[in-house]
Design a protein around this ligand. Structure first.
Ligand code: 5GP
Ligand code: SF4
Ligand code: MG
Length: 466
């Protein structure tokens, strides 16, 4: 998901809509905006679908007055995939003592089932099936003297990955979990305005200046044009999601000061070193494989070409929930550039293999178009474990790499050769020159390694075996 917040500007809703539009790649199922206006109180609009279809008209923006606002773009993760109901769309907003608050959450709360049971047994009334709603109930029950105190108390009970943007009538709050699994950045707008966003690309779109990352385990409270910083959690070594670098973030964002685009190029260069092959043309699976393919081409000296063309009007295939639609999606979205491919030995570069459905279709299209060979190169290690921290991977059994060896996958995908970057190679490409520290890894890489930095308590209760 993507989260965004702004304070100290006129017509906050416009800024939030723009910020969310820039974060649309993080979630396309639904979106919502909450604002507060001194005269008329809180206002909220939540809609299914894209920001550009819902939050650009004066009709909707006009119902969201105020100088402070937050927003959320959603895609459903573990548990309730593809069943987004409007009641699950964030931000969640609640009135309770001290004036109430609205909360937008990116990540996944790993003990949400247990928390929900406990809260319900004590009388909380849940509106949604979302794990994120726990936060607002925990805040409402807290005896803390201020809303930030209550936020602190609530988040100390929550386990998992969370970046949160919240607001009261006058305060904008941003928090990252102690491991800092999901991103969150702070930006400045002109003299008095501040913004919080999942990624820097959302600051660029509103002309805000990037100030810094919100630190893992940090809570920032912005009011009256000032930013205060708190450290509610016991300090720990951070474990940022390495897959944000590989796939999830936009290439024009920076993460921890590193350009995502440059990192992806470096991944491609590393991949060319680790898995060279004689061929005529390096082609990306667009758009997710493009920077890595450019890097592969540069390091190998093999020319780069757009052998597959993407229809710009389709979204990311994996975000469409049902199997049937996903299968169709590939052809709706991608087509081969026959003239370029015919007779050539192709190196096909993509960011990841998940279920293998996209890859199989693409390989078929490329062979149909007359390619002589297809060498598949993947910019991440085999995805053999599900993510429980806010990225939508399917159950373990549906992950190709969980059930097949590399050679079995090659056969299943029907390609001439198949190679994944090594975990150490990926770490080198994100700037860890000595590779992965096995005793204390610098990133979360659980979907590749099975080394889960936060115990997925609800999933273990449901029988998931670590
Ligand atoms: P596959 O066809 O193997 O299921 O999906 C691979 C494609 O889905 C890649 O091109 C990649 O861009 C995209 N993808 C990346 N991350 C994820 C993820 O976490 N879940 C899913 N389902 N697809 C992803
Ligand atoms: Fe990121 Fe993978 Fe960890 Fe999920 S399991 S947070 S996708 S590195
Ligand atoms: Mg892709």
């Amino acid at each position: 998901c993507g989260i965004f917040g702004v304070t100290g500007v006129t017509e906050a809703a416009n800024f939030v809509a723009l910020g969310l539009h820039a974060l649309q790649h993080r979630g396309q199922e639904a979106g919502g905006i909450v604002t507060h206006d001194a005269g008329t109180g809180f206002h909220s609009a939540r809609r299914m679908g894209l920001v550009r279809d819902n939050f650009t008209s004066a009709e909707v923006i006009g119902t969201l007055p105020g100088t402070i606002g937050i927003g959320h773009v959603r895609y459903s993760t573990a548990g309730h995939k593809g069943q987004t109901a409007i009641r699950d769309v964030q931000p969640f907003f609640g009135e309770f003592s001290m004036g109430g608050a609205a909360v937008a959450h990116n990540g996944n709360i790993t003990n949400a089932d247990a928390l929900r049971r406990e809260l319900i047994s004590r009388g909380s009334i849940f509106q949604s099936s979302s794990d994120s709603e726990c936060i607002i109930h925990l805040m409402a029950r807290s005896m803390g003297a201020t809303i930030p105190d209550r936020m602190e108390e609530a988040l100390r009970k929550v386990e998992g990955a969370f970046s949160v943007v919240a607001m009261t009538r006058s305060k904008l709050i941003g928090v990252r979990d102690p491991l800092g699994v999901r991103p969150l950045v702070l930006g400045k707008i002109g003299e008095e305005g501040w913004a919080l966003a999942s990624e820097t690309c959302a600051l660029d779109i509103i002309g805000a200046e990037f100030v810094r990352d919100v630190e893992p385990g940090e809570m920032v409270v912005i009011s009256g044009g000032e930013v205060e910083s708190y450290s509610p959690f016991r300090p720990r070594r951070s474990r940022f999601c390495i897959f944000e670098h590989v796939y999830f973030s936009r290439p024009d964002s920076t993460l921890g000061g590193r350009s995502v685009y440059e990192t992806r190029e470096a991944i491609g260069m590393e991949l060319a070193k680790e898995a060279p092959v004689e061929a005529d043309l390096v082609c990306p699976v667009p758009d997710s494989g493009t920077p890595a393919a450019i890097g592969y081409s540069r390091a190998s000296g093999i020319p780069y070409g757009m052998g597959i063309i993407r229809n710009q009007y389709m979204g990311r295939t994996f975000i469409e929930p049902s199997e049937q639609i996903r299968n169709m999606g590939v052809r709706l979205k991608l087509n081969v550039n026959r003239a370029l491919i015919r007779g050539k030995r192709i190196i096909l570069v993509d960011d990841s293999v998940v279920r293998g459905t996209t890859s199989r279709k693409i390989k078929e299209m490329i062979l149909d178009a007359g390619a002589a060979e297809v060498h598949f190169r993947i910019a991440s290690p085999p995805t053999s474990w599900p993510c429980f921290y806010g990225v939508d991977t399917p159950e373990r059994e549906k992950l190709l790499a969980a059930t097949m060896s590399e050679e079995e996958m090659r056969e299943h995908l029907g390609v001439t050769s198949l190679k994944f970057i090594s975990l150490d190679g990926l770490y080198r490409a994100v700037g860890e020159t000595a590779g992965r520290d096995p005793d204390s890894p610098q990133y979360c890489d659980a979907c590749f390694s099975g080394d889960y930095p936060i115990r997925p308590a609800d999933m273990v209760d449901k029988g998931f075996r670590l």
